[in-house]
Design a protein around this ligand. Structure first.
Ligand code: PRP
Length: 175
């Protein structure tokens, strides 16, 4: 099946406005702290870059590349492809991701970071698809709750395309 862009689901301006609100909320919640914000590569790249610039905090920047598999209920279901550089022991960690879908990645990441001794772990996701959830996890900071539609753009891909678009789009079949 081949797909092409259908329509804009979330306009880039609206994304930026919401990110400013999320950054302000995180700034309030972490006042006096030095959290580690970890970008889950690759989908979170644009969101992460915009978010950390509206966090008025001495934030530690880091990245991780993971893939989850199986039930995803323990950190044992997380394959770490490239790890973080920071020692998270005793630190407050914010996981930044583009989307919480089944929730497996987020849950396994939270478990892994807690096992490594993080003092606190929160999830900050631009998009949330609660109708797809298979494990019990919620984002602490969520930009937009969306229906169960395939979306691309602003970091999200289909077949490694569309990640660089400034808006979030739905896809349609073009056969
Ligand atoms: C996507 C997305 C999340 C995860 C969400 O990553 O960036 O990390 O899937 O799915 P889940 O809630 O069902 O676990 P993906 O593995 O596609 O890699 P990418 O970021 O490189 O696109």
């Amino acid at each position: 099946m081949n797909y092409t862009l259908d329509k804009i689901l979330i306009n880039g301006e609206k994304i930026q406005q919401r990110i400013r609100e999320m950054g302000a909320q995180i700034t309030r919640d972490y006042a006096g702290k030095q959290p580690i914000a970890v970008c889950t590569l690759r989908g979170a790249i644009p969101f992460y870059a915009d978010l950390i610039r509206v966090m008025d905090l001495p934030v530690t920047v880091d990245t991780i590349t993971v893939s989850s598999y199986g039930s995803g209920t323990t950190s044992g279901n997380l394959k770490i492809i490239t790890d973080m550089r920071s020692d998270v022991k005793g630190r407050d960690v914010i996981i930044v991701d583009d989307i919480v879908d089944t929730g497996r990645t987020s849950l396994a990441m939270v478990n892994m970071l807690k096992e490594r001794g993080a003092r606190s772990v929160t999830i900050c996701a631009l998009l949330d698809k609660p109708s797809r959830r298979v494990v019990d996890i919620e984002g602490d900071y969520v930009g937009f709750t969306i229906p169960d539609e395939f979306v691309v753009g602003y970091g999200l891909d289909w077949d490694e395309k569309y990640r660089n678009l400034p808006h979030v789009y739905t896809l349609k079949s073009c056969e």
